[in-house]
Design a protein around this ligand. Structure first.
Ligand code: SF4
Length: 344
């Protein structure tokens, strides 16, 4: 039987994705940006964000020079904003410590904010065409199933076992293509639910398939608790259409982004601005899911005559063209866009 890597490469040559924007050109900077965007987000979602991001920040120097607000604005909607903050800090570190280049050694890359061992190897293998082990979510799933590795991959022992599996399957050459190929296999065939095993190039020796364990591997995280939270947000709008936004603290959910003023209850929200809760008109609530939290967002509008007098020390009155240029959490952005469309 052909080696694992050869079968995956032959499959990728015929069926893989060869036209992703970060493949042309596959420069270290572009690969790095794409890898950070892809950490918790699917390829189809990332593509338009990537294109917009590299148009605005075409190289390390442009990214390092930009204000953080501008970087967050170009990340707005992708979620997991710590990634954008780390990317920005790392770009500045590359300018200061690495002569304005993305380092080509795993140790130097891992010393930068937001880059772990797998991401470092993914960047080097694709930018410098070297066969190196990676373990992103897609690859973890392929290997956990193909080798039938039991246990949650977040546990050190399980992670180490999967890392060893990844290393033992590397090809001697075509490192960049192999990295893309195994990620593509996980994203398009060996999917979380209903994988297309009949079309898979490594099905003949897939242990999970032979043992009928595909559905339960990789093992889920034991006892993951999702907390529920109610978020009451206040929409204050002046006669000229400007809404009041406040910048969130740098750490925590949506750190550093601009959002509507919020509180845990309608009364607390009204209190914060010296308003009577009964004077606020509520809009329909809606849900938003974060990794460990289920948010229910309850928007409330302030009476128009009360809005112009309201001040908030961290706040900024923004017209549509101004808030469109800020980093805003996606559910809040959707709310502002709906409001703006509704008002014509
Ligand atoms: S045979 Fe199925 S479960 Fe096994 S690696 Fe291929 S797609 Fe994944």
């Amino acid at each position: 039987m052909e080696r694992f890597a050869d079968r995956i490469l032959a499959w990728w040559d015929r069926h893989g994705r060869h036209d992703l924007p970060w493949q042309h050109p596959r420069s270290p900077y572009r690969v790095w940006v794409s890898e950070i965007m892809l950490q918790q987000t699917q390829v189809a979602t990332v593509i338009p964000y990537f294109e917009r991001f590299v148009r605005r920040f075409p190289d390390l120097a442009a990214l390092a020079d930009a204000p953080l607000d501008d970087v967050l604005a170009h990340w707005s909607g992708l979620g997991y904003y710590a990634r954008a903050r780390n990317l920005h800090r790392a770009a500045r570190a590359c300018m200061a410590q690495h002569g304005g280049t993305v380092p080509a050694s795993a140790a130097e890359l891992e010393a930068l904010p937001g880059i772990g061992a797998s991401t470092a190897n993914a960047i080097i293998s694709q930018a410098h065409d070297r066969p190196l082990a990676i373990l992103d979510g897609n690859v973890r799933r392929v290997l956990a199933r193909h080798a039938a590795v039991e246990g949650w991959p977040g546990q050190r022992a399980v992670h180490d076992r999967l890392w060893a599996e990844a290393e033992s399957r590397l090809p001697a050459a075509r490192g960049a293509d192999y990295t893309q190929a195994i990620m593509d296999l996980g994203a398009t065939l060996c999917t979380r639910s209903r994988p297309a095993c009949e079309a898979c190039p490594v099905s003949r020796d897939c242990v999970a398939l032979a043992r009928q364990q595909v559905d339960r591997l990789p093992s889920p995280r034991p006892g993951l608790k999702v907390r529920e939270k109610n978020l009451f947000v206040l929409i204050q709008q002046r006669d000229d259409g400007a809404v009041l936004l406040v910048q969130r603290p740098p750490a925590g959910i949506w750190g550093g982004l601009w959002s509507l003023p919020e509180a845990d209850s309608l009364e607390a929200l009204a209190d914060r601005f010296g308003l009577d809760a009964r004077s606020l008109s509520t809009l329909p609530s809606f849900g938003h899911r974060l990794t460990h939290r289920k948010l229910t967002i309850h928007p409330a509008c302030c009476p128009p005559d009360a809005a112009t007098g309201i001040q908030d020390s961290r706040g900024r009155w923004c017209k549509r063209e101004q808030w469109q240029a800020l980093g805003i959490p996606s559910p809040v952005l959707r709310l502002l866009e709906c409001l703006s469309e509704f008002q014509g």
